[in-house]
Design a protein around this ligand. Structure first.
Ligand code: PHE
Length: 491
């Protein structure tokens, strides 16, 4: 067997981990989750989610990566043959995320160009729905979105088809630090804007009663899963390229600091800017419309409209920052999928990346239609609130009960001063799954009772894909394995 590639150095690995974690989830998702879930109150479940879910899970995935030094599917196969089905469930889920995630990055690319002239005009909300995503009841293709998605796919292909250090390594080495510099610059500027203090006051407002609301907890745990790319095998795959003697716990803590620090600091900037909006528009803080896509592509253009000449610099830089964050996350999703499929089907990195990018491009064209943004909202909420939570619960059961965590604990404690104790096992075995099961049930129930019938059909179709897809993939690869072992025996 050929030697597995390793990262050129630990710094590059860290940049890749942070690049994967910091993404649209931090810039586009976190501020509105924070805004709609109790402002400062949200910080409490958020910190708890980091401690009982974020940290333990990064420990789990990175020790699995270092122990097996294999891609996700092969790792699951080594733990138990049938568990590969779960591996495929994860791969297909991440593939589905990739295909809509790239669409949002595509929208961002369009806004990057628009921002040089503020081409969205006086009414950014209408511009977004009628000119960019072109939502309508009649199905039609939206060429502009299609082209910008294609451009991003080509970029991703260009980075990922090369060897690990030449492609992913070089890209993250440049892009991740650049992204931090841009974000810090924007936040510092936003703090100096008139009205910033209104936003900051809102940011730190805590309403203790709101803590009893299960939705806030669901949102916090969901955010940590998405933002840290937990349970998706990405941390496992990236860690499988590490050399034997690596301090995993230090890397885990640094990744969390960078990712969560990024999103909290960024949100302080966003809230300051919203404070400025309150001052200029007179609309009360709690009535600003910033949910979902609205924040990046509607609220920000509105702010740039009233900001004066500096917005011609700030605008493009802001959209560039989202673009970089999105690309470094997309790279990690593709790395996970291509390493697993490449290993299983014995395909070269170049070949598997090319095939995946073509298929991915074709699937993502669903979002380059007039139904795109509607569909995207449903798929996003379904995968994040239902499927990803379920995957993490299953992983807690597999690694907490079927596989011995002691073997992993040894690896974690080998090269570090900060020893992981039994609390880690308690988290994976009891605390995390129990909390997640409660949240999952409440989330699923609210979905069933509140979703309109049309949405239920789309959700049902997604569930079907996620049940049939992994079983089919397992059976196909099983056949391949049998063929391979037969021909080996003949030789
Ligand atoms: N963590 C990324 C973000 O915050 C999203 C992501 C999800 C990355 C799944 C990889 C896999 O945007």
């Amino acid at each position: 067997m050929s030697e597995r590639t390793t990262w050129n150095n630990n710094y590059i690995f860290l940049m890749a981990m942070i690049g994967s974690a910091v993404g649209l989830g931090n810039i586009w998702r976190f501020p509105y989750i924070y805004y709609t879930n109790g402002h400062g109150t949200f910080l409490i479940p958020y910190i708890i989610a980091i401690l009982v879910l974020g940290l333990p899970f990064i420990f789990l995935e990175s020790s699995l990566g270092l122990k097996f030094k294999e891609s996700l599917i092969n790792t699951f196969q080594k733990v138990g043959d049938k568990l590969q089905i779960i591996g495929w469930l994860i791969i297909i889920t991440v593939f589905l995320i990739t295909t809509y995630y790239i669409c949002i990055v595509g929208w961002d690319l369009i806004y990057f160009f628009l921002s040089f002239t503020k081409a969205w005009g006086a009414n950014p909300a209408t511009y977004f729905t009628t000119n960019v995503v072109q939502s309508s009841n009649v199905l039609h293709f939206v060429p502009l979105v299609g082209i910008s998605i294609l451009v991003i796919w080509i970029l991703i292909w260009f980075i990922c088809h090369k060897d690990l250090n030449d492609g992913v390594g070089k890209a993250v080495n440049i892009l991740v630090p650049l992204m931090f510099v841009i974000m810090i610059g924007i936040v510092i500027y936003s703090l100096t804007m008139p009205g910033a203090s209104i936003g900051i006051k809102e940011f730190f407002t805590i309403d203790w009663n709101a803590l009893g609301n299960l939705n806030i907890w669901l949102a916090a745990f969901g955010q940590i899963i998405f933002s840290l790319s937990l349970g998706m095998g990405i941390i496992l795959t990236y860690s499988s390229y590490l050399p034997e003697k690596t301090n995993l716990t230090k890397n885990a803590v640094m990744t969390i600091f960078a990712n969560c620090g990024f999103e909290v600091v960024n949100a302080i900037g966003v809230f300051s800017i919203l404070g400025f909006m309150v001052l200029t528009s007179g609309i009360p803080f709690n009535q600003l419309i910033i949910e979902g896509t609205g924040l990046a592509f509607i609220a920000f253009p509105e702010v740039f409209n009233v900001m004066g000449p500096v917005s011609y610099i700030l605008g493009p830089i802001f959209f560039l920052c989202i673009l970089i964050a999105g690309i470094t996350s997309l790279i990690s999703m593709l790395e996970l999928i291509s390493s697993s499929i490449g290993d299983k089907f014995k395909l070269s990195r170049k070949k598997v990346t090319t095939i995946l990018c073509i298929i991915g491009f074709l699937v993502s064209m669903i979002y380059a239609t007039s139904f795109g943004s509607y569909l995207l909202g449903i798929v996003d909420s379904m995968l994040n609130n239902v499927i990803l939570l379920l995957i993490i619960i299953i992983e807690c059961i597999i690694f907490g009960y079927i596989y011995s965590m002691d073997k992993l604990m040894e690896i974690l404690n080998e090269n570090t001063l900060f020893k992981v104790g039994n609390w880690w096992k308690y988290c994976i075995k009891y605390i995390t799954p129990i909390i997640l099961i409660i949240l999952w049930i409440s989330g699923v129930l609210s979905f069933i009772f509140t979703a309109p019938t049309k949405e239920l059909i789309i959700r049902g179709a997604l569930i079907l894909i996620l049940i049939i897809g992994p079983i089919l993939a397992y059976l196909i690869t099983k056949k391949l394995d049998i063929k391979k072992s037969k021909s080996n025996n003949l030789n």
